[in-house]
Design a protein around this ligand. Structure first.
Ligand code: NAD
Length: 485
């Protein structure tokens, strides 16, 4: 760990502005690039979640709750500045915890800084409306925070996801309890340390790392949590929604995806190509919005497939700190799942047209998987329908726009979709016809887009985070009618 990173290491659980040990013991921290144990973290449970929720509730009538929106925004902006000063250290910490290539981890840390800047600036721009009503009335709306919000996040983009979730909730005036993923909690803890050092009042942010079925389940089911933001897998999302249903608490679910990019014959293929491949292999394919299906119009299918295959053969896989194209997968378990999909492809006679390669110096204990490009599986095949969550993409031909739309929309998911075409009318048609929370025309991902609302339809979830829209999700609307005659 670099010197600078050691100043960010935080120990224990953060409750009411104080760090302390957890009763539930410790969880190991593994470096996925080597498979080696590099330390451990506190494992909180139901007891710590109770205390964290109490502290959050108290903070709403304490120093935190008394801040004006402008003052809240200033604190968040200050934390953002500090995060941006520590981008390199946070990136190294994340690279070692998640196995993410250093450059990608740096982009995540910079995005966290950007979320803090964005929501810091937005905190005092959240407004209600005045409404026309009958004579003698003045009617207006107020946007009020939910109160205590719970945030359960996954391991694949800890900094970005806490940025779009916790930071948005704080900007809107909520007090938060964060449960990071057991596989990767280090940067969430570092963020909390930075936040407290920058003067975030006690109780506004409480962080309880721990197991999902203990700390996570306790947070989702807690009777005094007013809103839950969950990012993770579909089955766990369903449990979280059920747990919150008993008390009618609203839930934001950011779940999985099987996102397509559609390439028409008239597309600028030179421009599309890096987006087609990068959106499949970024973070070793462990990205909810990974473009894991590439649909290509028949006239250019062979050309696109060959050019993607050429790029795949150049892909180098190795340790996160070597900052290559692809790092390891998060765990031995994830590697087994991804290998299982490749075994299935081979068993079913699918054509694996190209693989990336592992560098010689990659440690034997790392969880490496050479990216795999698979041509032409049938549309009902499991590799086309299921989220693999590894660096594997399928490329599928189509004849015309109707077939492209049917294939693109033909999975249970609807997180993100992309289309590449020079035909202006078709660009707009595809924007309407693709069923997804975000649609990109002649680009994919818009470079992360902190400002752009994000979330899914169908099994990809509901509710929106990122952008100004998140501030609506993290507030309730109150209508006030004053009769004055
Ligand atoms: P996961 O559902 O296993 O875990 C996510 C979080 O839920 C972790 O913090 C975990 O500890 C917690 N958890 C586990 N069991 C729980 C329970 N019973 N009650 C409450 N919390 C519990 O998901 P994962 O494997 O960490 O992440 C991968 C999945 O997340 C993929 O499906 C991916 O697509 C999805 N994801 C979605 C988005 C998005 O924005 N839509 C972003 C990133 C990841």
């Amino acid at each position: 760990m670099p010197d600078d990173a050691s100043s960010l290491i935080a120990e224990g659980v953060l409750i009411d502005g104080r760090w302390r040990p957890a009763a539930g013991g410790r969880l190991p921290v593994e470096d996925p690039s080597t498979g080696a144990n590099i330390g451990d973290i506190a494992a909180g449970g139901a007891g710590e979640i109770d205390e964290a929720v109490d502290a959050a509730r108290r903070s709403l009538s304490g120093e935190w709750g008394k801040l004006t929106a402008t003052e809240r925004g200033r604190v968040l902006s200050r934390i953002g500045q500090r995060v941006l000063e520590h981008v390199d250290a946070l990136a190294e910490m994340e690279a070692m915890d998640v196995g993410k290539p250093l450059g990608q981890a740096r982009a995540d840390a910079a995005a966290l800084g950007r979320y803090l800047e964005f929501y810091g600036g937005a905190a005092d721009k959240l407004m209600g409306q005045t409404l026309e009503y009958q004579a003698g009335y003045t009617v207006f709306t107020l946007r009020e925070p939910h109160g205590v919000t719970g945030h359960i996040i996954p391991w694949n983009y800890p900094m970005q996801i806490l940025g779009r979730s916790v930071v948005g909730a704080l900007a809107a005036g909520n007090a938060t309890v964060l449960k990071p993923a057991e596989e990767a909690s280090l940067t969430a803890l570092a963020f909390a340390r930075i936040a407290t050092e920058c003067g975030l009042p006690p109780g506004a942010l409480n962080v309880v790392p721990g197991r999902g079925d203990e700390a996570g389940a306790a947070l989702a089911a807690h009777p005094d949590v007013d809103h839950v933001s969950f990012t993770g897998s579909g089955p766990v999302g369903a449990l979280v929604q059920k747990a919150a249903a008993g008390r009618a608490a609203p839930v934001t679910l950011e779940l999985g995806g099987k996102s397509p990019q559609v390439v028409f014959a008239d597309a600028d293929i030179d421009e599309a190509l890096p987006f087609l491949v990068n959106a499949g292999i970024q973070n070793a394919g462990q990205t909810c919005s990974a473009a894991s299906r590439i649909l290509v119009q028949r006239e250019v299918y062979q050309q696109v497939l060959e050019r993607m295959a050429a790029r795949y053969r150049e892909l180098r896989v190795g340790p996160a700190l070597a900052d290559l194209d692809v790092g390891p997968l998060i765990s031995a378990r994830q590697l087994e799942i991804v290998r299982g999909y490749l075994d299935l492809a081979e068993k079913d006679g699918l054509q694996v047209v190209a693989r990336g390669s592992l560098v010689d110096h990659a440690p034997a204990g790392g969880h490496y998987f050479a990216p795999a490009l698979i041509a032409g599986p049938p549309s009902g095949h499991r590799l086309v329908q299921e989220e693999i969550f590894g660096p594997a993409q399928v490329v599928i031909p189509f004849e015309d726009e109707d077939e492209a739309v049917a294939l693109a929309n033909g999975t249970p998911y609807g997180l993100v979709a992309g289309a590449w075409t020079r035909d202006g009318a078709r660009q707009f048609r595809m924007a309407h016809r693709l069923k997804a929370g975000q649609v990109f025309i002649n680009n994919y991902g818009a470079g992360g887009g902190v400002e752009l609302p994000f979330g899914g339809v169908k099994r990809s979830g509901h509710g929106r985070e990122k952008g100004f829209e998140a501030l609506y999700a993290f507030t309730q609307l109150k209508t006030v009618a004053v009769k004055h005659g």
